[in-house]
Write a protein that binds this ligand. Structure first.
Ligand SMILES: [Zn+2]
Ligand SMILES: [Zn+2]
Ligand SMILES: [Zn+2]
Length: 491
């Protein structure tokens, strides 16, 4: 295995070295290495024992059996599928690629069982932000014309005497970006309460839009669903100020007709119309949160007033003056953000990110206050902030980072099972050639065979630290290789 020959094993402990050597010298090393490749050199794979039977649905006969007993160490490894790059670089990059595929399938079609016609349906790319909780230093946004952070000629100051003006140009990773001008003016409580209820605001938005569409068409919601349906995909992303915003794709389709799951809407509507309604729906959303305590009553929650809703279509160029955006740009943009997490905002807890530390301490303080307000043992008064403290590492955000409606495109689960089939097909194909088109067709449910699993969870992670080093090194090499392939324009 030439991969192993190139590994950098200079920083390992004597124990790990011994474990690596014994692994390399074992007769079943190739089988172990194949397993490691199959899970993409996942950093924390799940260990299972048991077997899998594939049964013909019609006859009930067992077509094949696969058991962990035949594998090295008698365990089957499965990917951890964690989307966070800081936890598993390999699964995170796979997640990002999968996310890109399914988002792209939804906006552009022609892939994963979604027809190309969807790209001609009315579609918008919307960004829903939080309101302001106090002025913060802003980094220069890619493509934006205004460079200076917060130019104020009249030397505005806050009531604590701090300047509210900044003539600097902050690069994207400038540690000052996102920091408030005055931490005493910044409303940390409102920030945390908004973040905690952001999933509720999002939910209300997903209800408001179809309602508004029906109203605009002058019909009931039930009638409207016979004409036009909204499907969506969204990702949540942290802004540098430590609050999430949502990127959302909204696409209109007609109700499914027989085999066609993605027909055009049955009314004459376009992306501009959908964009206007999306903006109206976002600004209409509000939610009165339950009190944290008498000390923190909580104001009415809304989205920020700056709502972007850009039409998406194939004719859009790079700098479309109408603000329209190309489908593939949207998919790539969203996928890029789908693996970020709160830990990426503040790697290594540097003291420069005092702001994030203060958000976290506010999370803990409000969680304690809520525990006093909603005493345990009263089921009729559940504590709505019960788990707030548990989400401190996410700065109080408990929602999904990526989600989509059923009809948007294919699912991550289907992509994963297609990958497993691809890996199996590759292992059994003598020349390593696989019919990808056939596998793509399989993304539509296969109900001719049943797969019966008898798996037992044994643990997570590689059996020895030495195995983990081997997997991590091979994983880094694979990603390096993939990156250089991409840089040279190879598939
Ligand atoms: Zn993993
Ligand atoms: Zn600044
Ligand atoms: Zn102040």
């Amino acid at each position: 295995m030439n991969e192993v020959a190139e590994l950098d094993l200079s920083r390992i402990t004597p124990d790990e070295e011994r474990q690596i050597l014994s692994r390399l010298l074992r007769d079943d090393f190739d089988a172990w290495a194949d397993q490691a490749v199959r899970v993409g050199h996942c950093a924390h794979p799940i260990r299972l024992t048991g077997e899998q039977h594939t049964v013909e649905a019609v006859t009930g006969s067992v077509a094949s059996t696969f058991a962990s007993a035949s594998l090295p160490d008698e365990v089957l490894y499965v990917r951890c599928n964690n989307r966070r790059a800081s936890w598993c670089p390999s699964c995170s990059s796979t997640y990002q690629a999968d996310m890109w595929h399914l988002l792209k399938a939804g906006v552009a079609g022609g892939d994963k069982g979604v027809p190309e016609t969807v790209s001609s349906h009315p579609m918008v790319f919307a960004t829903l932000t939080a309101p302001s909780f106090g002025a913060v230093h802003a980094s220069k946004k890619p493509g934006s014309k205004s460079l200076r952070c917060r130019p104020r000629t009249r030397g505005e100051v806050c009531r604590h005497g701090k300047s509210l003006s900044c003539m600097d140009i902050h690069a994207e990773h400038d540690p000052v970006a996102g920091e408030p001008f005055c931490a005493d003016c910044y409303d940390y409580e409102a920030h945390v309460i908004w973040q905690w209820w952001a999933p509720e605001l999002w939910r209300r938005f997903t209800i408001a839009l179809p309602r508004l569409i029906a109203k605009c068409l002058g019909v009931t919601q039930k009638q409207a669903r016979r004409l036009v349906r909204v499907s969506f995909a969204k990702v949540a992303e942290y802004q540098v100020r430590g609050v999430v915003h949502f990127h959302a794709i909204r696409r209109l389709a007609g109700p499914p007709i027989d085999e066609n799951l993605y027909p055009a809407p049955l009314v004459e509507v376009d992306s501009t119309w959908l964009g206007d309604l999306t903006r109206d729906a976002v600004t209409s959303v509000e939610f009165q949160p339950p009190q944290v305590s008498h000390a923190a009553p909580g104001a009415l929650l809304r989205f920020g007033t700056q709502v972007e809703a850009r039409p998406v279509h194939r004719r859009a160029g790079r700098d479309d003056l109408s603000g329209a955006i190309h489908p593939e740009t949207v998919a790539a943009y969203i996928a890029k953000y789908s693996t970020k997490s709160a830990t990426d905002l503040d790697p290594g807890a540097r003291p420069t990110k005092r702001h994030l530390a203060r958000i976290r301490s506010t999370v803990f303080r409000l969680s304690e206050l809520a525990d006093h307000t909603y005493p345990p043992g009263l089921p009729e008064l559940p504590n709505p902030y019960w788990l707030l403290g548990k989400w401190a590492h996410m700065l109080g955000f408990r929602g999904h980072f990526a989600s989509k409606s059923r009809r948007y495109s294919t699912t991550l689960g289907r992509l994963r099972s297609a990958r497993r089939r691809f890996e199996r097909a590759k292992a059994f194909s003598p020349d390593g050639v696989v019919d990808v088109a056939a596998l793509d067709r399989e993304l539509v449910d296969d109900d001719t065979t049943l797969v019966i699993n008898h798996w037992r969870f044994v643990g997570t992670g590689w059996i020895t630290a030495g195995d983990a080093v081997l997997a991590a090194e091979a994983s880094a090499k694979t990603r390096e290789y993939d990156a250089s392939k991409r840089a040279h324009g190879m598939p």
